[in-house]
Design a protein around this ligand. Structure first.
Ligand code: GLN
Length: 310
């Protein structure tokens, strides 16, 4: 959101707006706390003062959106089910604040863990090395395929400060946004961005990748209309639609990654409940992977599959 002041209101006026918006949220089955999420962004107030209504007695609060604009935004949230992250244009993810727009999937909290899994996989691989002569995977080339907002590649940039990073997306709009996020976090000079389909723009990296990480589209297309309206009506279907059984993109990644990964290189993806066993079998059948592992998310759902290139 643009940071310039649009209106100055009293604490009481803002409190009235907040109360009404929360009533509308409750009536529309939207979590009322999301009102505070919006107000945090536009009124520069912290969560606690919003929750405890500590701002109510202030004589002046500067807003970056007028109350009329806020009412319009809130109406879109309640009536059109527009996710609050798109309304405010940012989302928290790991310790970042990422810019998001309807051109990209909103990075999910459960995806945060894929970065920790990559770190643990590198540590495992390093501890199994016989000598200290080889440099670890953490200093090599890493790729995020289908980067969207850039969340995963930025997470990797933070945890692997010596790695060279590559991010691919088929959407130019998504790449522009990922680059904006990389600039904001000062990781721009470590990440190369490519427009294209999966490994296609990375021919120069054949046999050189330490790791491939991806949150590919994995929802079976017939299930998309049944997702929450926030997702099915507003998030890009190109980031969700995994074909008939949801595994189209994952099958492609199983097939194509071995040509790009070094021996011992890491293959790591997110998927949905019920897919992990099948993907494990696909990796086994492919013949180029070892130590195939399924990892759960914090909700106990099989959410990630990890393997090493033989
Ligand atoms: N996790 C997303 C959802 O639940 C789907 C993301 C994906 O397909 N990669 O809507």
């Amino acid at each position: 959101m643009d940071g310039s002041i649009a209106q100055v209101v009293t604490g009481l006026e803002l409190w009235q707006w907040q109360s009404e918006a929360k009533q509308k949220a409750i009536a529309g089955c939207i979590p009322p706390d999301e009102v505070d999420w919006l107000l945090q962004e536009v009124a520069n107030l912290d969560r606690l003062s919003l929750r405890l209504e500590l701002f109510k007695t202030r004589s002046e609060i500067a807003l970056t959106r007028s109350l009329a604009e806020l009412s319009d935004l809130w109406q879109r949230r309640v009536e059109s089910h527009m996710p609050v992250q798109y309304l405010v244009g940012v989302t928290p993810w790991r310790n970042f604040r990422l810019t998001v727009s309807p051109a990209v999937l909103i990075p999910r909290p459960e995806t945060e863990e894929i970065i920790d899994l990559a770190v643990a996989a590198v540590a495992d691989q390093n501890s199994s090395l016989q000598t200290g002569l080889q440099t670890g995977l953490q200093t090599g080339h890493w790729v995020d395929l289908g980067t969207g907002s850039g969340a995963i590649i930025l997470g990797l940039a933070e945890v692997f400060p010596q790695a060279t990073l590559h991010a691919v997306d088929s959407s130019l709009e998504a790449l522009t946004l990922a680059q904006t996020n990389a600039q904001q976090l000062a990781y721009c000079d470590r990440i190369q961005f490519y427009q294209g389909s999966w490994f296609e723009p990375l021919a120069h990296l054949k046999g050189q990748l330490s790791g491939m990480v991806s949150n590919p589209p994995y929802i079976p297309y017939s299930m998309i209309p049944d997702l929450q309206p926030e997702v099915s009506l507003h998030e890009p279907h190109s980031a969700l639609d995994g074909g008939e059984d949801g595994l189209d993109c994952i099958r492609h990644l199983v097939r194509t990654a071995p040509e790009y990964l070094i021996s011992g290189g890491i293959w790591l993806i997110e998927l949905m409940a019920g897919q992990a066993e099948t993907v494990t079998q696909l990796l086994q059948a492919q013949g180029c992977y070892r130590s195939i592992q399924i990892h759960r998310d914090l909700a106990g759902i099989d959410r990630f599959v990890l393997a090493y290139r033989v």
